[in-house]
Design a binder for this molecule. Structure first.
Ligand code: NAI
Length: 261
C-alpha cells in the first residue's frame, strides 16, 4: 500500500474487465477514486465499480470511445464533476485481432491504431492539459506490451501501435519532465485476461505461450495492477519515460535460458 495514493483521483480506460478492472480495484484498495471507462460492456463496468467500492475506494462508470476527443473529454469532465480533480490517467484500453499482413484490412488496421495509439495520444494530451493548467505533478501510465519490442507476425498493426506507444510516452516524458509530469509504460507479457481467452483455452497454445516465459507461468492481472500502483505513487517520483515490463522474463530472450543457442 502507498499512503500517498489515498484520496487521489484516477481515470482508467477500458475498465470493464481484464487489466483495467484489476488496476481500478487496486486503486480502490489504495483509497483512490476511479473513473472506470467502458466502451460497450456496461455490466462489466458496473462490476468494476463495485469491486473498487468494496476494496475501499470510490468509483463511477463512464461510457466512452477512447479513440475520440468527445469520449476522452467526457472522462475528464466526470473526474472533475464527481471527484473534483485528476492525479493519475491510465491509458489501458486496447484491442487486437490476428491477420496475416497481406490480408489485413485497412478497417482492422485503423481500429487497432485508433484505440491503442490514438487513444493513448488523446488521453495523455487531455491529462497533460489539465496538469499544466492546474500546475499539478500528475502521472500518466500507458499500457504498451512486450510487443513494443518483440515483433509479432500476424499482429503487425498491434505491434506497430505498441511500438508507437513506447516512443510517444518517452517523448511526452521528456517534453514535460520539467513541469513534474511523469509518463511511463507498463509492458505486460502474457496475462490471464479476456483478450487471451481463446488462446489460453486451447491447451496447445497455452503450453506454447508458457514455454516462452522464463518464470514458467502466465501472469495474473494483479501483477500488472501492482506495477500501476507503484508507478502512480510517490515511490516512483523519479521514474519517467520508462517501460516497466511485467512479463515473467519474456523479453529476456527465453530461448537462451539454459545457455543454449
Ligand atoms: P481486455 O480485452 O480484457 O480489455 C480491454 C478493454 O479495453 C476492454 O474493457 C474493452 O472494452 C476496452 N476497449 C476496447 N476498445 C475501446 C475503446 N475504443 N474505448 C474504450 N475502451 C475500449 O484486454 P486486457 O488484457 O485487459 O488488455 C488491456 C491492455 O493491456 C490492452 O492495451 C492490451 O493491449 C494490453 N496488454 C495485454 C496483455 C495481456 O496479456 N492481457 C499483454 C500485453 C498488453
Amino acid at each position: 500500500m502507498y499512503t500517498d495514493l489515498k484520496g487521489k483521483i484516477a481515470v482508467v480506460t477500458g475498465g470493464s474487465k481484464g487489466l483495467g478492472a484489476s488496476m481500478a480495484e487496486r486503486f480502490g484498495a489504495e483509497g483512490m477514486s476511479v473513473v472506470v471507462n467502458y466502451h460497450s460492456d456496461e455490466e462489466g463496468a458496473k462490476k468494476t465499480k463495485e469491486l473498487v467500492e468494496k476494496a475501499g475506494g470510490k468509483a463511477c462508470a463512464v461510457k466512452a470511445d477512447v479513440g475520440t476527443e468527445e469520449g476522452i473529454k467526457a472522462l475528464l469532465d466526470k473526474a472533475l464533476e464527481e471527484f473534483g480533480g485528476l492525479d493519475v490517467w491510465v491509458n489501458n484500453a486496447g484491442v487486437e485481432n490476428k491477420a496475416a499482413t497481406d490480408e489485413l484490412s485497412l478497417e482492422d488496421w485503423q481500429k487497432v491504431i485508433d484505440t491503442n495509439l490514438t487513444g493513448v495520444f488523446l488521453g495523455s494530451q487531455c491529462a497533460i492539459r489539465y496538469f499544466l493548467e492546474e500546475e499539478k505533478q500528475g502521472s500518466i501510465i500507458n499500457m504498451s506490451s512486450v510487443h513494443e519490442k518483440i515483433p509479432w507476425p500476424t499482429f503487425a498493426h498491434y505491434a506497430a501501435s505498441k511500438g508507437g506507444v513506447e516512443l510517444f510516452t518517452k517523448t511526452i516524458a521528456l517534453e514535460y519532465a520539467d513541469r513534474g509530469i511523469r509518463a511511463n509504460c507498463i509492458g505486460p507479457g502474457a496475462i490471464n485476461t479476456p483478450i487471451n481467452k481463446e488462446k489460453f483455452d486451447d491447451p496447445e497454445q497455452y503450453e506454447s505461450t508458457v514455454s516462452m516465459i522464463p518464470m514458467g507461468r502466465i501472469g495474473d492481472p494483479e501483477d500488472v495492477a501492482a506495477a500501476a500502483a507503484w508507478l502512480a505513487s510517490d515511490q516512483a517520483r523519479y521514474v519517467t519515460g520508462t517501460t516497466l515490463f511485467v512479463d515473467g522474463g519474456m523479453t529476456l530472450y527465453p530461448s537462451f535460458q539454459y545457455g543454449e543457442g
